[in-house]
Write a protein that binds this ligand. Structure first.
Ligand code: AOF
Length: 365
């Protein structure tokens, strides 16, 4: 029973996808003493109200003596809202079931302590893995102060991302490409290297059709400032933000600026990806979907900045020694140094196979 209700709280939390960053996804279910669900709620950043408050308002007086299933530790500090712990205590909640602590240093552990001090029975740990996964970007952002970086690539069986002439449309089939748009919806920013932009002239928008709080920030790493003015990204920069990182201070910048492209100079360019991530974090970008190409993927990999990986593998062999592969950079010198994945999920996407996983030893520093 507890598990089913926590699963429901997580499901409610997920309704906030695209609308909570830089905050967490939170869902709440209130169940009265007879076992009836009397309130449900989830968090949306712009609604301000926290999940617990939404659910308690629905429950009204029926919250007296009830159990609250909350997908994240209720916060005990004054943020944009009064502490949720106080709201739960005042409503007469008798028991709180929550999977994990809130990694926000202003909260972590204090929410549970506050509830216990008020005599509430607090049960922690149920579905902790699922709850951590759901909020992986928030947790990473809170702990490291850097955005969560998910590398997504589409490759052939022989690991190529294009032919020797640069043709890449399409390696992944329709289902895999639809899935890629689902992924875009979950992220605050999309990141690509200028090589990919020059080759594909992409739009890089979220076409999931679902609501987002902030537009998907389109981030280009363009060391030599090669983005042409007449490309889709430059031409649509007024409607949807484009942020270009470059190490160049060349002249064409002024025209791109006029088109609405925001330029940020980082001295080291691709060699200083950390500076780029810090700049994104300063803009409250909690998560980044990196979509290649191989040079960017290699640089991210060599710098240890990848937190999650999704490869769509298409059943085709492109061949050619000079056809680009998914990950360039320096790479591993020995197999034992290769980037190993764990917690792997393998899913069929039409005729393609999706492999998603996490780096084996994650640098949380
Ligand atoms: C909860 N329930 O629904 C949410 C929580 O002031 P805010 O609204 O921006 O939120 C500040 C912090 O409150 C946020 O970083 C996180 O620690 C917690 N969010 N807590 O109990 C909720 N959204």
């Amino acid at each position: 029973m507890d598990r089913q209700l926590m699963a429901r709280a997580l499901e409610l939390a997920a309704r906030g996808i695209g609308q909570v960053s830089p905050g967490p996804l939170v869902g709440t279910v209130i169940v009265d003493e007879s076992g009836e669900v009397v309130g449900e709620g989830f968090y949306l950043y712009d609604r301000v109200k926290h999940a617990e408050t939404v659910a308690l308002e629905q429950a009204g007086s029926r919250a007296q003596g009830a159990t609250a299933y909350v997908s994240l530790e209720p916060h005990a500090h004054h943020g944009r809202t009064p502490p949720c712990t106080e709201v739960l205590i005042k409503a007469g909640i008798k028991r709180v079931v929550a999977p994990i602590e809130d990694p926000n240093p202003q909260v972590s552990g204090r929410g549970f302590a506050h509830l216990r001090e008020a005599g509430i029975d607090v049960c922690v740990g149920l579905m902790a893995e699922e709850a951590s996964r759901l909020n992986e970007a928030y947790i990473h952002f809170m702990r490291t102060g850097r955005p969560f970086v998910h590398l997504k690539m589409a490759v052939s069986l022989d690991g190529k991302v294009a032919t020797r002439t640069g043709d890449s449309r399409w390696i992944a089939g329709e289902e895999a490409r639809a899935r890629a748009h689902e992924l875009r919806h979950q992220y605050d920013a999309i990141l690509v290297g200028s090589g990919t932009v020059l080759a594909d002239d992409p739009l890089l928008t979220d076409r999931s059709g679902r609501p987002r709080r902030r537009p998907l920030l389109r981030v280009i790493l363009d060391d030599r400032l090669r983005l042409p003015n007449d490309y889709q990204l430059s031409q649509t920069a007024r409607e949807q933000p484009v942020l270009l990182f470059t190490s160049s201070d060349a002249e064409p910048a002024s025209e791109l600026k006029q088109l609405g492209v925001e330029l940020v100079r980082i001295e080291g360019g691709a060699r200083d990806l950390l500076a780029m991530m810090n700049e994104l974090a300063a803009r409250e970008i909690q998560s980044v979907l990196a979509e290649g190409g191989g040079t960017l993927a290699g640089a991210l990999m060599d710098t240890g900045l990848i937190d999650k990986v999704t490869f769509f593998i298409a059943p085709m062999i492109i061949g050619g020694l000079n056809a680009p592969t998914a990950v360039a950079g320096t790479g591993a010198s020995r197999i034992k140094d290769a980037f190993q994945l764990e917690d792997i999920e393998i899913t069929r996407r039409g005729r393609d196979v999706e492999v998603t996983g996490y780096p084996r030893s994650k640098d949380e520093g």
